[in-house]
Design a protein around this ligand. Structure first.
Ligand code: MRU
Length: 452
């Protein structure tokens, strides 16, 4: 896993004068929409400065393919792109949350297998290739336990490969053609992800009244998908229709995906947003300032019980208490119809250090030659760990001409016991509707959904 840089921070993107490639799906607008009849122009979300979260790319020098991933552990302060050329590289990106968000994980899992297929598999017989592919798929599916999309993406690619071999068994170039088809499939899956999210947006937007104040949790935005987002896909679509006035963004402890990722992407897109801590939700709702809650999902059981970022359950209960509609927005690939209810969803437990301290990373700007020389010396043989008091940690590194630090500051007393589940399960009866690319699903009279 190596890394590169792209200008993904809001200010840099703002200052970037390079002409943007027009997106094929960009709204052209009629004369009427463009305001030639002097109607006030509707504000539009500008997604042109948001990066794609991951993509397949060939290296210009050696021609080898890699999975290119925006490193979400460092956003929004640094816009690093990880280049993963092996299965293990992508798995590491998934485990460290550099790549995260259920729909992005689905495509990431498939791309992990495609990069293995291109760069690491050296089989001569199709049967051996398929057996090794199945083992690789198992590994990537187990990288994290809760998001069902990981297994969905890996299984989709495996099923495709098995079918391909069965249908082309007599072909003399079977493996070569199969590998090419696998690469085509993952690129198609990446494109489909955006189409699916736009369909979720189109299905969900009409549920919001004009000028709604929406609350969201964690990041179910463009960064949680290949592009566009699920819950934020609904926000972007609804904002363009005048249905969203602003978004309440919960910080989402312990890793602050709301504060770091959602607040960043909404701001880059020009959608007004206000950051609150997770513990402020009740107070904001009690004052009548929230019209709807929109969240994503990591796994939805057949009855509608939904696993999502920890804290979602409390939001749903508060929404019910204050009579606020609570919508779950997810692609149908997040529905695990093999599980009858949410008690069967495995919940990821994460490293206690996520709660025992805070991470910070940034760029150091040496303001004179002596400072630059000192940093050069410290980082001459690679990353340099500084010795700090109180268990704090700081790593200095240098890439190109830039000096960076990655730090972890301990904020808790020594030996404190920690419980750190990444997700919780919201009972179906607390969910007003589940929005997928197939439409809006409402509960039965007993509060359960028929999603199997
Ligand atoms: O741990 P993460 O960041 O991978 O968790 C996923 C999430 O961000 C949320 O739970 C999200 O709502 C579901 S993914 C669209």
């Amino acid at each position: 896993m190596t890394d590169e840089k792209v200008p993904v921070d809001a200010e840099q993107a703002e200052a970037d004068e390079q002409p943007q490639q027009p997106r094929a799906d960009e709204q052209q607008g009629t004369d009427e929409q463009q305001g030639t009849d002097e109607q006030p122009q509707q504000q539009q979300a500008d997604l042109s400065k948001l990066p794609r979260t991951l993509w397949w790319q060939y290296d210009e020098t050696d021609g080898l393919p890699g999975v290119y991933i925006i490193d979400q552990t460092r956003l929004p302060l640094q816009g690093d792109v990880l280049v993963c050329r092996t299965l293990e590289g992508v798995i590491l990106a998934i485990k460290t949350l550099a790549l995260r968000g259920a729909p992005a994980l689905g495509v990431g899992a498939a791309m992990a297998l495609a990069v293995w297929s291109e760069n690491e598999s050296n089989h001569t017989a199709a049967e051996e290739y398929l057996a090794a592919l199945d083992i690789a798929a198992q590994k990537v599916s187990e990288a994290r336990p809760t998001a069902t999309n990981l297994a969905w993406g890996a299984n989709r690619l495996c099923d495709f490969a098995h079918d391909y071999v069965a249908e082309n068994a007599e072909s003399p170039d079977l493996l070569v053609n199969l590998k090419a088809a696998v690469v085509e499939l993952v690129q198609q899956m990446a494109a489909e992800d955006e189409t699916t999210n736009r369909a979720i947006g189109a299905a969900g937007a009409p549920l919001l009244a004009e000028g709604s104040r929406v609350l969201t949790h964690c990041n179910a935005g463009s960064l949680a998908t290949v592009f566009f987002g699920t819950a934020l896909g609904v926000v972007y679509t609804a904002f363009d229709q005048g249905r969203v006035s602003h978004v309440w963004v919960t910080e989402t402890r312990p890793l602050n995906q709301g504060a770091r990722l959602t607040a960043w992407e909404l701001s880059v897109a020009g959608v007004p947003n206000v950051l609150i801590t997770d513990s402020m939700v009740a107070s904001v709702m009690a004052q009548g300032w929230v019209d709807a809650v929109l969240v994503g999902a990591d796994r939805i059981a057949a009855n509608g019980d939904t696993a999502n970022k920890v804290g979602t359950l409390a939001l749903a209960q508060l929404a019910r208490a204050y009579d606020i509609p609570f919508y779950v927005c997810a692609p149908s690939s997040t529905i695990d119809s093999t599980l009858s209810d949410g008690s069967l969803i495995p919940i990821e437990q994460r490293d206690p250090r996520e709660m025992e301290g805070v991470n910070a990373s940034g760029i150091i700007l040496p303001d004179n030659n002596d400072a630059a020389r000192a940093l050069d010396t410290l980082t001459a043989t690679g990353e340099k760990e500084l010795k700090l008091k109180n268990g704090h940690q700081m790593l200095l590194s240098r890439k190109g001409g830039a000096y960076s630090f990655d730090a972890w500051f301990k904020t808790t007393p020594p030996g404190v016991m920690v419980y750190n589940p990444a997700f919780d399960v919201t009972a179906a009866r607390l969910i007003t509707a589940i929005i997928t690319e197939k439409g809006v699903f409402y509960p039965n009279s007993d509060g359960s959904f028929d999603l199997a």
